[in-house]
Design a protein around this ligand. Structure first.
Ligand SMILES: Cc1cc2nc3c(=O)[nH]c(=O)nc-3n(C[C@H](O)[C@H](O)[C@H](O)COP(=O)(O)OP(=O)(O)OC[C@H]3O[C@@H](n4cnc5c(N)ncnc54)[C@H](O)[C@@H]3O)c2cc1C
Length: 453
């Protein structure tokens, strides 16, 4: 088949860079189009946690080989260069509005175990992307930075990709790795049949001089329940600022119309958690907004494969994104070899997506993280958190956490039945409520971009 490129990759985030690298390693002629001028500049907020160091995630267990500067994906069978800094942390601590907490991992005993006890580590995403860009360039990937892709259309047996300044790129296949707000998915009409759940806006600051109970932990304070609820997050950063430790402090809200700056100020200056921020200094502001749709159940149309967040409900995390980029590129390599320039050729990717993105990540489970603060009041959540006395396993997988919470909750049901029978009725609903019922107000408050351009 005659065409400009074997593969056009749209978006140079973790998924797109991994796809371009894997395809170029197998000898494909690859174009990589990225909207940003400087790929490794992190414009959108990210926690930068490696979610899989202490457990399985999408069937994989990432190994960080610090000596060789590699992130290894042994189950998938590939490695990516990462010789940048990391910082370990040892527990995930979720706080109720009055300060009761549920912990994933015993901080003190995990800390004593060192690396063996860590919940996971944070890394430097900018460093990671820069390393991938270098590798791609070294492998001969044709890099086009500052190119905003607006559309991909079928072109004979292949695909044509159009940018906002009128450039056309022709290829046999394209991989859309343009992230959670995928313009490619939208312009190809793929959002039309996806259920919409929420638009989440997060704003925050990198801050120094925090006074946290445990400096090497991940914090998730539930500042206020309600519909919508108000949530805070605090994560260590892998870098320092003028010799001082840095944390990312953020608040997230599912009402687009809220005054997000005021919410951040309430969390850090007036809430039950304000003491942690006395004397803290803001170093850098960051933020992001993302729409949550049901995932793409069929991430392929007109010779475009969707990878990473571009086809997902919210965030597949860096690790999920690179795995899908790697798998999609290798499937394209195989399809070209077999001269199957169509859906039949990329069947292995569609099967992989079904198993790992739809079954192992189950977006409905993730959505349940939002249920409790919508269904229960502040005092009910305080009561539940105070009643769950056990330390839960050291996990960091947002798709696994609701399961552990559910198990812990099941153990305290006799206590709740006695003390707060009305609350028990609400809890029973957690399991069976369809997301669109619980999240009806977040859906109404969000931006439903159900249109094509
Ligand atoms: C608040 C927040 C915290 C997070 N914390 C973590 C965490 O702690 N750990 C973790 O692993 N993950 C975290 N994530 C998720 C993680 O950032 C994503 O899952 C991951 O980056 C997805 O990679 P991707 O390559 O699919 O998409 P992205 O990283 O979104 O990359 C998409 C790329 O495409 C480019 N692009 C977009 N549109 C176009 C266009 N039209 N034309 C050309 N290029 C385009 C973008 O500029 C970008 O470079 C977090 C996300 C958020 C929002």
């Amino acid at each position: 088949m005659k065409s400009g490129y074997d593969l056009i990759v749209i978006g140079a985030g973790p998924a797109g860079l991994t796809a371009a690298k894997a395809a170029a390693e197998s000898g494909l002629k690859v174009a990589l189009l990225e909207r940003k001028d400087t790929v490794h500049e992190i414009l959108r907020m990210c926690g930068m946690m490696l979610v899989t160091l202490s457990g399985n995630y999408m069937g994989e267990r990432v190994i960080h080989n610090e000596e060789k500067g590699l992130l290894c994906f042994p189950h998938c069978g590939f490695s990516l260069k990462y010789d940048g800094p990391t910082k370990d942390f040892f527990s995930w601590e979720i706080y109720s509005p009055s300060g009761e907490k549920i912990v994933f991992g015993d901080y003190t005993s995990n800390l004593q175990k060192g690396k063996a006890g860590r919940a996971s580590a944070v890394y430097n995403k900018s460093w990671f992307l820069r390393g991938l860009v270098e590798e791609c360039k070294h492998l001969g990937v044709n890099f086009f930075a500052g190119e905003n892709v607006i559309r991909a259309t079928k072109d004979g047996e292949g695909v044509e990709v159009l940018t906002s300044d009128g450039k056309h790129f022709k290829g046999v296949f394209a991989i859309a790795a343009d992230g959670r707000q995928s313009r490619v998915a939208r312009s190809m009409g793929l959002n039309k049949n996806r259920s919409f759940y929420a638009s989440i806006t997060s704003i925050g600051y990198e801050m120094t001089n925090l006074n946290l109970p445990h400096p090497h932990a991940l914090y998730q304070p539930l500042v206020k329940s309600g519909d919508p609820p108000m949530m805070g997050f605090i994560l260590p950063r892998a870098c320092d600022y003028q010799g001082e430790d840095v944390w990312l402090v953020m608040t997230s809200n599912v009402d687009m119309r809220a005054d997000h700056e005021a919410i951040f100020e309430e969390f850090t200056q007036r809430s039950r958690f304000a003491d942690w921020f006395k004397g803290a200094r803001k170093v850098r502001k960051c933020g992001c907004t993302g729409n949550m749709y049901a995932p793409l159940f069929h991430p392929f149309k007109d010779n475009v494969l969707f990878v990473g967040d571009a086809g997902w409900c919210q965030e597949a995390e860096m690790t999920g994104a690179v795995m899908s980029g790697w798998k999609a590129a290798n499937t394209v390599v195989h399809a070209l070899k077999e001269k199957k320039y169509n859906e039949e050729g990329i069947q292995p990717y569609l099967e992989w997506w079904k198993t790992y993105y739809l079954e192992k990540l189950d977006y409905n489970v993730f959505l349940k993280n939002l249920y409790m603060p919508i269904l229960c009041s502040d005092s009910e959540i305080d009561y539940l958190f105070a009643t769950i006395q056990e330390t839960l396993p050291t996990v960091l997988d947002p798709y696994e956490v609701p399961t552990h919470m559910g198990r812990a909750m099941a153990k305290i049901i006799p206590t709740i039945k006695k003390g707060k029978p009305a609350l028990l009725k609400k809890i029973e609903k957690f399991a069976s409520f369809p997301p669109h019922v619980v999240l009806r107000n977040t859906i109404r408050a969000g931006f439903h971009c159900n249109f094509t351009i």
